[in-house]
Design a protein around this ligand. Structure first.
Ligand SMILES: CC(C)(COP(=O)(O)OP(=O)(O)OC[C@H]1O[C@@H](n2cnc3c(N)ncnc32)[C@H](O)[C@@H]1OP(=O)(O)O)[C@@H](O)C(=O)NCCC(=O)NCCS
Length: 187
């Protein structure tokens, strides 16, 4: 299946690469959510860039994250190409919360349910590790991210509670709202 990407979203090399990967014989649309591994790190780093929205951390930071909370580092594959990822940390703040650090879906595939699948699996992993709530931050203007988390919270009979703000670290970053979702109901 040739992928028609919106102009300007992917470079020609990226498009060719994705097209090549999707020709490998699996039915179009096959999706897998699995644990991230070392070999995924370069693709995840590149994908973070491609979202044009996520903060870009160093490759070393992704490596540290992978080794700190391996069960909370997940990728979404579609026809063998990595099209999304979520990364988090355990024991955030009160020790009962898992922290969703970054979630991103390639612009070509946004709005097709991949972010929701990643978040659902992240929560399953967090619950199996004994966490009872999620904490994450969202920028004021990030409607997509807000909708993703609000929809998820609603699906489990919970809600998004704004608990604080990050502040701007003396103007070095944009302020983000800190949210909490209790994972105790309807899961
Ligand atoms: C936020 C993000 C991860 C959501 O992933 P996704 O695969 O697009 O999400 P889904 O397809 O599962 O959609 C979940 C809900 O969010 C909505 N949504 C997704 N992107 C949206 C956008 N840009 N604006 C408004 N709503 C959006 C979907 O419509 C859906 O709600 P609906 O079922 O009521 O229509 C993805 O859009 C993304 O990578 N954004 C850039 C990176 C980012 O901002 N990450 C979050 C900060 S860490």
């Amino acid at each position: 299946m040739a992928i028609e990407a919106p102009e300007g979203r992917m470079s020609k090399d990226e498009r060719d690469n994705l097209n090549e990967l999707t020709r490998k014989g699996k039915p179009a649309g096959t999706k897998v959510i699995r644990q991230m591994n070392y070999n995924d790190l370069s693709s995840v780093y590149e994908l973070a860039h491609n979202t044009e929205r996520l903060d870009i951390h160093t490759p070393y930071t992704y490596w540290v994250m992978l080794n700190s909370s391996p069960k909370l580092m997940l990728v979404a594959e579609r026809d063998d190409a990595i099209v999304g990822f979520v990364g988090g940390l355990g024991a955030f703040g009160d020790g009962e919360s898992a922290f969703v650090w970054q979630i991103g879906v390639h612009p070509r595939w946004q709005g097709s349910g991949i972010g929701s699948c990643l978040l659902r699996r992240f929560v399953d992993e967090a619950l199996s590790l004994g966490f009872r709530s999620l904490v994450f931050t969202i920028g004021e203007d990030n409607k997509g991210s807000f909708r993703l988390f609000a929809k998820f919270a609603h699906s489990i009979g919970s809600n998004l509670k704004k608990v604080d703000e990050t502040g701007s670290i003396r103007g070095l970053m944009k302020n983000e709202n800190i949210y909490h979702i209790a994972l105790t109901r309807n899961i």
